[in-house]
Design a binder for this molecule. Sequence first.
Ligand SMILES: [Zn+2]
Length: 103
Amino acid sequence: MKGYDEFMFDPGKQGEVKCKVCQDDCKFRGTRYGPRSYASAMAGTSTDFDYFECLSRNEDWHRQALALIQEINSTPSARLATMLREELQEVLANKTPTKTDGY
Ligand SMILES: [Zn+2]
């Protein structure tokens, strides 16, 4: 997801960027041309941008970790957030999902 495990920057502006999910360095995938966001797609505007992505971003554990982070950010419960954070640490440490469906 953009802003977490994939990033777009103006060409040449950004040398490296860390994945906000697993903290690994994201890989530069080249300069691309196209709409950079949903809004610019709707407006029909395309620009050059440098595209970075985490190499693990399509792994099950990484997708679950991202879903947990989003849940932590959206839950109004501090206790639930603490539990979710513990599970997130476990998923990241083992690089294994604790749940394989439903997220
Ligand atoms: Zn990552």
